[in-house]
Design a protein around this ligand. Structure first.
Ligand SMILES: *Cc1c(COP(=O)(O)O)cnc(C)c1O
Length: 485
């Protein structure tokens, strides 16, 4: 393993300073006249002593070591790493929004409440649902809120025997985790040879102990579930409900809606489909939507309008209650609202058309060299298998690492679990053809390299600051803070 080069934290020189304070114009107080003795340090803190230029260069250097969507392509399947338009950032920074406070009275928050109310109805229209809750902080949080609403619905009908939730084997890991966290036993249903739910097996599982089914459509293989209408009827016939994992809805905007497919509950990830930043770029948002009969169970509060003013409604006796402080990640909601309005209905449809076209363009080129377990037209993403390359001497992990040398963020690998040596690619709509072509070129070159010199691919990456990290050691022995020598 190579050492971290060039990344020197020990820049501290005793006595060096990066700040200037004005002269004191009040009597000097020492810390022990202000704080109780038990709160005081016995020894001075060891803080780095650096000049302003040292500090600026250090952080600038670190920022260049980072990789983000403003810097390059992210073919990260299932993550929908699209460009985050800068106008959304400008609007989230408008003073009236940025300076507002969650404890501000409703009379002084009418603009913010109106934005939430409108976003609720737009997302309900996009998904074919009756109402949304914008409160959940992420996709997995939305899933939990949605499955809790389903549980509350069954209970409200005195129906206590439903203890199982069905989840397909290709599902995102959060789905079975959510069902379990909500107190259900998860039951796996296998995929059939076309990559969809095995309907015959599903039929066997049906019964009055089934609370519902969680499904992603298109699924995590990027394949559209052709039997969805039959599946929905089957689940409803036995008294269960259907949960749509809409974390990435990038293939369906303006084309089809979960509500029309028969789903009762859906969550969306605003930080995927609706272009708000992911992860380190800011907190996410995972609004949920429900059909009419589940509206009473939505989390508190909802935003309502009485014809004159907008208000937060806590008086919802059947609600699953509060699932987060305040009302959701408001700044993410502003960005998503700005994105939707700036795209318009036709623009959103164009997003999905282009996302699907881009994925199929890449699939068409890459399947010439990589195995494709389910050879169908894909939706917003597709899953290759590196099995052939593995036999030639380099695994999917090696291929992912080699992509770093070509300047690309690697795709999602080893997921979904149903595909061996899985390579899951989602190009999204915001990438130009030149980027798609250069990624295709890199993948084809790597296929050549695996054939001619697999050791080269196995020893990748060569060009990055750090080589391969010991991920197991990082988990077992985390060093979470810098220790000064
Ligand atoms: C990303 C994703 C999730 C989880 O979303 P988080 O915001 O990371 O909690 C759930 N399901 C699918 C299909 C996803 O792609």
């Amino acid at each position: 393993m190579r050492k971290v080069t060039n990344l020197i934290f020990e820049k501290s020189v005793i006595g060096r300073k990066g700040y200037q304070l004005p002269e004191l114009d009040t009597p000097a107080l020492s810390a022990n006249t202000i704080f109780p003795a038990k709160l005081l340090r016995e020894q001075a803190a060891e803080l780095p002593e650096v000049s302003e230029v040292d500090a600026v260069r250090h952080f600038t250097e670190l920022s260049k070591r980072n990789y983000g969507v403003d810097q390059g392509f992210y073919p990260l399947g299932s993550c929908t790493m699209k460009y985050n338009p800068k106008i959304d950032e400008d609007l989230a920074r408008l003073k009236g929004f940025a300076d507002s406070h969650p404890y501000q009275p409703e009379e002084l928050s009418q603009g913010s409440l109106e934005l939430m109310y409108r976003l609720d109805s737009i997302l309900a229209e996009i998904t074919g649902m009756a109402r949304m809750s914008l409160v959940p902080a992420a996709g997995a949080h939305g899933e939990l809120a949605g499955v809790m609403a389903i549980k509350a619905y069954h209970r409200s009908r005195g129906d206590h025997k439903r203890r199982k939730f069905i989840v397909p084997d290709s599902a995102h890991g959060t789905n079975p985790a959510t069902a379990a966290a909500a107190g259900y036993e998860t039951v796996e249903v296998k995929s059939d040879e076309r990559g969809g739910v095995d309907v015959a097996e599903l039929k066997q599982l049906m019964g009055d102990d089934i609370a519902g089914l969680m499904l992603t459509n298109p699924n995590t293989l990027g394949l559209f579930e052709l039997n969805i209408v039959d599946i929905a009827a089957m689940v409803h016939d036995c008294g269960g409900l259907l949960y749509y994992d809409g974390a990435n809805a990038n293939a369906i905007l303006g084309i089809t809606r979960p509500g029309d497919m028969g789903f009762d509950v859906v969550h969306l990830n605003l930080h995927k489909t609706f272009a708000t930043p992911h992860g380190g770029g800011g907190p996410g948002a995972g609004p949920i939507g429900v059909k009419e009969r589940l509206v009473p169970f939505l989390p508190c509060p909802t935003v309502e309008f009485d014809g004159e003013k907008y208000f937060l409604d806590y008086a919802r006796p059947q609600s699953i209650g509060r699932i987060k402080n305040f009302y959701g990640h408001f700044a993410a909601l502003i960005r998503a609202y700005a994105y939707i309005l700036s795209m318009g209905a036709a623009g959103l449809r164009h997003v999905s058309d282009t996302a699907v076209l881009n994925a199929n363009y890449m699939l068409h080129h890459l399947k010439t060299r990589y195995d494709l377990p389910y050879d169908r037209i894909c939706m917003h993403e597709f899953v290759l298998s590196g099995t052939k390359q593995k036999q030639q001497g380099a695994s999917t992990l090696d291929i992912a690492k080699r992509l770093l040398d070509y300047g690309f963020h690697p795709p999602t690998v080893y997921f979904p679990l149903t595909v061996k040596e899985a390579i899951m690619i989602e190009p999204v709509e915001s990438e130009p053809k030149e980027t798609l072509d250069s990624f295709i070129d890199a993948m084809l070159k790597i296929a050549d390299e695996v054939e001619s010199n697999p050791a080269l691919v196995r020893s990748a990456p060569q060009t990055t600051v750090v080589g391969r990290l010991d991920e197991v050691k990082a988990v077992r022995q985390p060093v979470l803070r810098h220790v000064f020598k």
